[in-house]
Design a protein around this ligand. Sequence first.
Ligand code: PEP
Ligand code: MN
Length: 342
Amino acid sequence: MLVVMGSAATEQQVRDVCERIEALGLKAHPIPGAARTAIGITGNKGAVDLGVLEALPGVIECIPVSKPYKLVSRDAKAEDTVVTITTPLGDVLVGGGNIAMVAGPCAVETEEQCFAIAERVAPTGVKLFRGGAYKPRTSPYSFQGHGEDGLKILANVRKKFGFGIITEAVDNESLDLVEEYADVIQIGARNMQNFSLLKRAGRAKKPVLLKRGMSATLDEFLMAAEYLLSEGNYRVIMCERGVRTFSDFSRNTLDLAVVPAVQRRSHLPIMVDPSHGTGKRSKVLPLSRAAIAVGADGLLVEVHHEPDKAWSDGVQSILPEEFAELMLEARQIANVLHRVVN
Ligand code: PEP
Ligand code: MN
C-alpha cells in the first residue's frame, strides 16, 4: 500500500499520516520524491482500511501495490535514487546519470599489496576501493580473509589515499565491524537471500551494495533489496555479477539485460561486476564497456598489480594499466549517453 501526498503537502502533514499509520500497528516509510512524497506501508497482514488514511489532510490517494515489492518500486518513487557515498576524496554519487567506478583486489592480502594497488589506480581518478576482509569461499580450506585485521588495512588505505571503502560482510558479527570501518557494506551473491543478514544491513547507517545471487530471478533480487528498505535503509545499490547458465566458456553469464529490467521496475541504482561475471581477465574490459553502454550505474572491478600471485581470483583480476584504460573508455561511452563517471 502506498499513500500519495499532494505536492503542496507540508512536512507536518506527512508526519501526521506516518503517525496514523504507526498507530494502526503498521510501519510507515516516507519516500520523498521531486514532485511528491509517497508513504509506503509495510507490516500489514491483509488489506488495510484505506478510508481513514485517504481522509487525512495532504493525502491525494492511497494505492494498493500488487507487486510483491513495494518500497523499491517505481510506484513508490518515480525518479532515480542517487546514493551518495562519502569519501575523503569527496562525495561519490551512484545513480541518476552518475556512474561510480570501484577498483581493488578480490581479497585484502597484505597492507603492501593494498597500497601497491591503491597507488597504481589512484591516478585514474577512481574514488572507491574494494577488497574482501571476509571471503565466502567454496572450500573451507581456501583463504577466508583476514577479518578485522583486513578491515584495519582497508582503513589505512582510506587514510593514505582518501578512497571510500567497499567490503563484504558475511554474517551479523562481521557486519557490525564492516559498518564501523567501511563506507559501503557489500552483501555477497551467496548471502543475497540471507534474510537475517539483510535485516541487519537494513538497520545499518551505511549504504549497502547488494549483489545478485547466482541463481536469483529478477523478482528475488528486488525482494532482497526490499528487505533492506523495509528496515529503513534506503541507500541501496544493486549489483549484477553473473548468473549460472549452461554456457561453459566463462565462470558465470553476465546478465546485462537485468540492468534495464531493474531500472524499469525500481528507482534503485544498479552496478555491474564484470570480474565475477566473466571470471576471465580478457573478458573484463569488453563486458565493462557493454555494461556502461547498457546503462549501468557503476562498475565493481577486481584489479591486482600481480594477478599471478593473487591469493584469490587472480585469473579474473585486471592490471592497473588495464583499469586506467577502462576508466578512459568508460568516460567516453558515458559521455555519449549524457552520463558522468565520478
Ligand atoms: C566479491 O565481490 O568479492 C565476491 C565474493 O563476489 P560475489 O559475492 O558476487 O561472488
Ligand atoms: Mn573475487
